[in-house]
Design a protein around this ligand. Sequence first.
Ligand code: ATR
Length: 277
Amino acid sequence: MTLKLGLIGHPIGHSLSPWIHAKFIDLAGLTGEYKLYEGDHTKLPEVIQNLKQSGVDGFNITVPYKQVIVDYLDNLDRDAEILGAVNTVVNENGKWKGYSTDGEGYVRSLMDPYPDLLNNGTSVLLLGAGGAARGIYRAIVQKGVKNIDIANRSLDKAEALLPLRTGSAKSKVMSFQEAEQYLHEYDLIIQTTSVGMKPNVEDQIIQLDNIRQNAVVSDIVYQPITTKLLQNAKEHGALIHHGHAMLLYQAQLAFEKWTGKHLDIAHMVDELEEKLR
Ligand code: ATR
């Protein structure tokens, strides 16, 4: 079987997904292709039409089409429906079904180095409330975490995450100043905004003076690999988690949905880091 996969988005010229999925196809012992379908909004219907005709097995969707793609799908996974965003489409017997693998991919990337970190006693602080934060918030709650607070510049956007909760999880919404003040309460701090991303590498979303010694600081920014926030976390004796692994694990989950194959990809985290340096 020759897999037909791809990515739709704009701009995607620098995407690492073709490299990642070519490696996955090899690891799985399959043959196939992962093509880039780049285009602005006017080209989207044409791109979709071509993909339908080509009998594609599945594809990824990235910015700015993660919401609009829903209009072209036959079915939606429940999480994707609740999040209102799709990053992976699977051709299931001729019907296109949309999934969101970002949140669970993030959680897998975190559990690789910290397998016992997420449980019902873990206290989590999420920094940011954009698209990435939404997926991560829901996936963390689904791991049984009971306390996950959200700090964001605009509080109304943080409030909008609360309906994504499941079970008995509790969440407070706060400013970054309050987050700095209560930082010692958290076992895990997850940075999801673009603050600190190249070229603004000196920017840091919050100060970490009140952090606990053994807390974990995770930053989904991966350019640079080690952000100012992560450097500062190390200086305070905290543990760190780099964001680039999320790219691999969300792709691992997408590949599972397309092929049914679960690949061991832990060795690729360092390879990807080399590629990003
Ligand atoms: P993504 O899909 O990458 O999460 P997004 O949906 O645009 O991107 O969300 C960006 C997040 O980064 C938001 O939480 C945003 O804060 P607001 O909701 O207040 O806009 C946050 N963000 C971006 N630039 C920021 C800055 N300079 N300072 C603080 N927060 C910032």
